[in-house]
Design a protein around this ligand. Structure first.
Ligand code: ZN
Length: 291
């Protein structure tokens, strides 16, 4: 029997994106042990009911291995936060002080950062909403990562700055809720499509008075409904882009029965993308609603 399951599964050399069956190193039964290499995460378990062998380990691939893998795959690998961290892909960015260069003793790492730096710099300069914000950035897949807790649940979403598909990557696939800058939503909630729009709303209104909430799309899931209605907000504004006006109306009808009768759900059709709006235009949009 192997005392170190990790060494055992690493020695199997399961190719990325594939699975294999073998004898269990814990209970020694024949062909009951399954190992899957989920793009650098080795997930293993034993099929036998009396055996408790189960778990996952990160292979800790190099940034370059993963970048190559990412480039060669038509379907983007399902990176998650822990894999990205262990591959040293994650750097912290304070957009407000975006003057940092790329300093690293690891030349490979420095080159990756150099590639990404100009792209990221350009993106932040064009995105007014982000200029007072801090976030993480993943060098492997060129995504700005927004990580936050809403209640107990952690969201980790990555926005591509290189026009990759999907535009937003959910790095925590167990999570299907929305994103908000704060862990608790206030009594006035502005529902928008994505995090950049939500941050824009945060820039306009005092956090605490108004919470913005990003759906990460235009669909309202059960998880969204639970999060939005949890603390019985007084006002919910549904602000979707113009091409989703019909969806916004349907959403309002879905939310109303879950809220107290004193609450109001208001759809605010957007003519201009909220990301491109000036302070004056946003004030005008919510005139008479939010001061
Ligand atoms: Zn077993």
């Amino acid at each position: 029997m192997y005392t170190n399951v990790r060494n055992f599964i690493e020695s199997l050399d399961v190719p990325s994106g594939t699975s294999m069956r073998t004898d269990c190193p814990v209970c020694s039964r024949s062909n009951t042990f399954s190992v899957t290499n989920d793009y650098g995460q080795l997930l293993y378990f034993c099929f036998h009911a009396d055996c408790s062998a189960k778990g996952g380990v990160s292979l800790g691939m190099s940034v370059n291995d993963m970048k190559g893998m990412y480039a060669s795959n038509t379907i983007p690998p399902k990176f998650n936060w822990d894999v990205l961290v262990s591959a040293k892909s994650i750097i912290h960015i304070d957009a407000h002080k975006f003057t940092i260069g790329y300093e690293s003793s690891d030349s490979m790492y420095a080159n990756l950062w150099k590639d990404s730096y100009e792209l990221l710099y350009k993106y932040i300069k064009q995105t007014a909403a982000l200029q007072n914000y801090d976030f993480h950035f993943s060098l492997i897949d060129n995504r700005i990562i927004f990580k936050n807790f809403l209640g107990e649940s952690q969201s980790v979403y990555g926005k591509s700055i290189a026009r990759a598909i999907p535009k937003w990557m959910n790095y925590n696939t167990e999570y299907s809720g929305g994103w908000s800058a704060s862990a608790e939503l206030s009594s006035t909630i502005v529902v928008v499509e994505d995090i950049i729009s939500a941050i824009q709303i945060n820039n306009f209104f005092t956090l605490g008075d108004v919470s913005s909430y990003a759906l990460m799309g235009t669909n309202l899931s059960n998880a969204h409904m639970l999060q939005i209605c949890k603390d019985k907000p007084q006002k919910v504004y549904v602000c979707l882009d113009r091409d989703a006006t019909h969806k916004a109306a349907t959403m309002a009808w879905d939310l109303i029965p879950l809220l107290p009768s004193s609450s109001r759900v208001i759809t605010v059709p957007l003519i201009t993308d909220i990301k491109d709006m000036s302070y004056e235009k946003v004030k005008l949009l919510f005139k008479g609603h939010i001061s």
